[in-house]
Design a protein around this ligand. Sequence first.
Ligand code: C2E
Ligand code: MG
Ligand code: MG
Ligand code: MG
Length: 305
Amino acid sequence: QGKVAGKHTVVFFSAAVSATMQRQARLESDLRRALARGEFRLLYQPQVELRTGALTGVEALLRWQHPELGWIAPQDFIPVAEESGLIVPLGAWILQEACRQGARWRAQRGVHPLRVAVNVSALQFGHADFVGVVLRALQTSGLPPELLTLEITESVVIGDLGAVTERIAELKRLGVRLSLDDFGTGYSSLAYLRHLPIDEVKIDKVFLPPLSAPDTSHDTTRARDAAEDRAMVQAIVSLAHALELEVVAEGVEDAAQLAFLRDTGCDGAQGYLFGPPVAAAAVPATRPPPWLPLRATAGGAYTER
Ligand code: C2E
Ligand code: MG
Ligand code: MG
Ligand code: MG
C-alpha cells in the first residue's frame, strides 16, 4: 500500500512540478510581449503621516493584466521577470511611469506634494545602469528627487555590502530617499540598519496581524504571539529612531493597530484601513483625506475622532 501511495505521490508531484514549469515558461514568453502591449499598470496605495493624519505619499504597486489569465499578482510574475532579466526594462518602465505620475500630482497639489515610493528588485538594483535609469526617470518627468522613494529589501543587501552601500550613496547624491522594505523578515537586519545610508524602514506586515478580531478561542498562544509582535514593532521603532530613520508600518487594517502604532511613535502607516492600492485618478486630492478617522483641531493638527 505504501508503495502505491508512494507511486501516486511521485506521479502527482511531477505533474504538479511540470504544470508549474509550464506556467513559468508561458509567463516568461508572455512577459516579453506584455511591456510592448501595454498590459502593465501601476496602482497607488496611500501612506499616511500618523502625527497629523495627512496623506503624504503613495506606494506604486505593479499589476499585470494578462489577456487570457486576467490580473496576475506581482509575486507570481516578478520572480519570473527577475529570472529572465526582463525586470531591467520592466523596472525602468515602472520608474518612468511612477515619476511621471508623481510630477503630475506635484503640479496639481502645489504645496502639498505626494511622495511616490517605487519597489526595486535586487536584480534591478544591481544592474550596471540602475543609477542612470533613476536619473533619466527624474529628468524626463521633472519630479524633484526628494519626492521619489526607492524601496529595497534586504535581498538587495545580500552579497557585496561595500558595493551596495556605494550604490545607495550614489542614489542619495541624486537626492532620492531610500527605504528598507519588509523589515524584520530577512537576515542580519540590525547590522544593515546601522551601516546603510537609508532614510526609512518599513515594518513588515507579519508583525501587524489584525488585533481587533474577537478572540473566542481563549488561546493563550495567540495572546502571547500578539504581545511578541507588539514588542517587535516597539523595538524596531525605537531602534530606527535612535538611528534617525523614519518608520512606516505596512498592512495596517484596523483602528486598534492604528492606536498602537501611534502610541509607539511610528511615523507613517499604510494599509487597507487607509485605502487599498488604487488607480492614480482615485488617489484623494485632499490633505488629510476625508476617509481618515481624524478631525482638525484649532491648532491645525489632527486628532482621532
Ligand atoms: P510590498 O512592497 O511589501 O507591498 C505591500 C503589499 O501589501 C502589496 O501587495 C499591497 O497591496 C499589500 N497590502 C497593502 N495594504 C495591506 C493590508 O492592509 N493588508 C494586507 N494583508 N496587505 C496589504 P502587492 O501589491 O500584491 O505586492 C506584493 C509585493 O510585490 C510587494 O510587496 C513588492 O515586493 C512586490 N511588488 C509590487 N509592485 C512592484 C514593483 O513595481 N516592482 C517590484 N520590483 N516589486 C513589486
Ligand atoms: Mg514595498
Ligand atoms: Mg513591504
Ligand atoms: Mg511586504
